[in-house]
Write a protein that binds this ligand. Structure first.
Ligand code: TRP
Length: 341
């Protein structure tokens, strides 16, 4: 790595949907900016996605699409370790070991699991209806993702902070029992840039999110991109009337993608009146398309079977396995599976 003395930052990306504009602004960009300060490790959490994704073709597609997206928008595989979780078997062996030092009570209290139970009880069902053991064990696998790579910090959204605290907790249990033989690094969550400026409105004005079904996918063909931009809701203020830029979704998206002077100029024209929503949407489409076209091309090349993507992931897996293998060997010895060396 280029900065051996710096702290290690790791984050996992669950491939459960088509990457969209909101992901780029809210997650990918901030994560890539962080890569400047840390030794960065990114991975595709495909076995986490398996807890909910039952379509093999979709799981395959999303895993590849998400990996290709991160590379297309600028992840530098020479400066970061970038791999697929499923390519690192050491993680799964370590998951068993860590499950053996994790209290079941801790898992019972995990937000995602508790929410599933609450929903069931509310609906008059058995509390564990539809809950698979993958969902229940999810926090342990995530803890191991973090611990196997000896991560110092984990940049995540607010909803994932508890998981990182669990990782610290589970590491603590292990260290308490075996700390004289091997000690895990205790990780810490960091929440990159939570300013409102970095949440993008979607096609219905609510936060752009896969769970609302209101996203604009990043790499749509031009014609479809144009069609979706047209769908962003606006009010019926006539062309000539002054408009409030700050209550417009179209303007909010434009602000994230257009150069500052264009944004300022557009703001002025809206406030003065004379700029209609139709024209503003055309402008947004042009701005988006200009920014995305070169990335789209790179993405499409990466998505081809046997592309450079496969080489990048193979190399990432090799480096990740080396790192996790070093940890696993020490842990196996510490717990008494391997003879003392
Ligand atoms: N649970 C995370 C999410 O849903 C994805 C994830 C899996 C992750 N393993 C991780 C994030 C390790 C950070 C570190 O977004």
């Amino acid at each position: 790595m280029s900065q051996p003395a710096t702290k290690v930052s790791l984050t996992g990306i669950k491939p459960t949907g088509e990457p969209h504009l909101g992901n780029l602004i809210g997650a990918i960009r901030p994560a890539l900016d962080l890569a400047e300060q840390y030794q960065s490790i990114y991975f595709i959490a495909d076995y986490h996605a398996l807890t909910t994704e039952r379509e093999p073709e979709l799981l395959r597609h999303y895993s590849r699409a998400v990996a290709a997206t991160w590379l297309a928008v600028g992840l530098d595989p020479d400066r970061t370790i970038f791999y697929r979780q499923s390519d690192v078997p050491e993680i799964f062996e370590l998951t068993w070991i860590m499950a053996c030092v994790t209290g079941k009570g801790l898992m019972n209290r995990a937000h995602a699991y508790k929410a599933a139970r609450d929903r069931n009880v509310e609906a008059g069902e058995e509390p564990d209806t539809g809950v698979n053991m993958g969902l229940f064990n999810y926090p342990i696998l995530m803890a191991v993702d973090i611990l196997a790579m000896e991560s110092d910090v984990v940049p995540v959204g607010k909803d994932q902070v508890q998981h990182v605290e669990y990782a610290a907790d589970i590491a603590g249990s292990f260290n308490y029992l075996y700390g004289d033989r091997y000690s895990f690094t205790i990780p810490e969550a960091i929440i990159p840039d939570t300013e409102g400026a970095h949440t993008l409105p979607g096609l219905d004005g609510r936060k752009m999110s896969k769970s609302y079904g209101n996203t604009i996918p990043l790499f749509l063909p031009e014609a479809q991109l144009k069609k979706l931009v047209r769908k962003i809701p606006t009010d019926s203020t006539p062309v000539e009337a002054p408009k409030d830029p700050d209550s417009s979704s179209v303007f909010a998206i434009l602000s994230q993608f257009a150069p500052d002077d264009t944004v300022a100029e557009t703001r002025k024209r809206l406030e003065e009146g004379g700029l209609g929503w139709g024209e503003l949407k055309n402008q947004l489409f042009e701005v988006l398309n200009e920014r995305l076209a070169p990335l789209r091309e790179r993405y499409e090349t990466l998505m081809e079977p046997g592309s450079e993507l496969d080489d990048v992931l193979a190399d990432g897996a090799r480096r990740a396995r080396e790192r996790a293998g070093r940890v696993l060997r020490q842990v196996r010895t510490a717990v008494g599976i391997e003879p003392e060396r």
